[in-house]
Design a protein around this ligand. Structure first.
Ligand SMILES: C[S@@+](CC[C@H](N)C(=O)[O-])C[C@H]1O[C@@H](n2cnc3c(N)ncnc32)[C@H](O)[C@@H]1O
Length: 233
């Protein structure tokens, strides 16, 4: 039986025209919807389409969307549902550089593909040679996961002269207390902004670092990887 939170969550989003399976928490869903409605980007890019969850919001508010995923089957399942989206099958690092070279009006990027330290860094690195023609906002999902978070924080964002702002805890993540992910930290949005002008003093912030620090010592992430499976119920 579904709990009340799940029911409300389902009703709020399916009645708001978002029927596709969506791997985000409800604060993340509200934030993405609100941000897209505000930004209405000319061009958006999504790394990690999965079942069209985030894509249904990005597509609603963007004039043009590129969506990339390594799973051909997932892309095939989405093509008819999103006829205006340009789907690309392959690793983001391989298929996106041409788009960053040719598209001048990119206003939004969602990074939600490879959640390893190296994977998230490779995706951020795609942005480094891009010269925005307008404000460019980047959301990175799962910034509360220690590996993803470290990849984001360790990255040398300042190598881009257009990098303006990074908030690692734009939306707070989850410390799972039950089920398959018991003891794991997932979710959260990090937000980065790039400016069309050169930025002299970029700012970095981690608004909820204290909550993160309190969770990590009690989480499976404090254990060697080989010992983490014991927490699965
Ligand atoms: C967590 S899911 C994305 C969830 C989706 N954004 C949503 O909101 O429901 C991650 C997806 O990224 C894809 N993926 C993983 N690594 C990738 C990479 N390097 N390039 C492109 N897609 C990748 C996976 O196949 C998977 O479908």
């Amino acid at each position: 039986m579904k709990n009340l939170t799940e029911k409300i969550n389902e009703e709020l989003f399916s009645t708001r025209g978002y029927p596709h399976r969506w791997s985000m928490t409800h604060p993340e869903k509200f934030t993405l919807d609100g941000m897209m409605a505000l930004l209405k980007p000319s061009v958006s890019i999504e790394i990690g389409a999965a079942f069209g969850g985030s894509l249904q919001v990005i597509e609603k508010y963007s004039q043009k969307v590129y969506s990339v995923d390594i799973e051909q089957e997932r892309i095939d399942g989405l093509k008819t549902k999103f006829p205006s989206v340009q789907f690309l099958c392959g690793y983001s690092g391989e298929v996106l550089p041409e788009i960053f070279k040719s598209e001048k009006g990119i206003g939004f990027v969602l990074i939600d593909g490879d959640h390893s330290y190296e994977g998230v860094q490779k995706d951020i690195a795609l942005l480094m040679s891009y010269q925005p023609q307008q404000d460019l906002y980047v959301i990175m999902h799962d910034s509360f996961n220690p590996e993803v978070r470290k990849g984001i924080v360790d990255f040398s964002w300042e190598q881009s002269p257009y990098f303006e702002y990074l908030e690692v805890d734009f939306v707070q993540g989850l410390f799972h207390q039950e089920g398959k992910w018991n003891g794991y930290m997932w979710g959260g949005f990090a937000l980065a902004k790039f400016s069309p002008e050169r930025v002299l003093s970029p700012v970095r912030s981690a608004h909820h670092q204290g909550i993160y620090d309190s969770c990590i010592s009690r989480s499976v992430h404090a254990l060697p990887k080989k010992n983490r499976f014991q927490f699965w119920k």
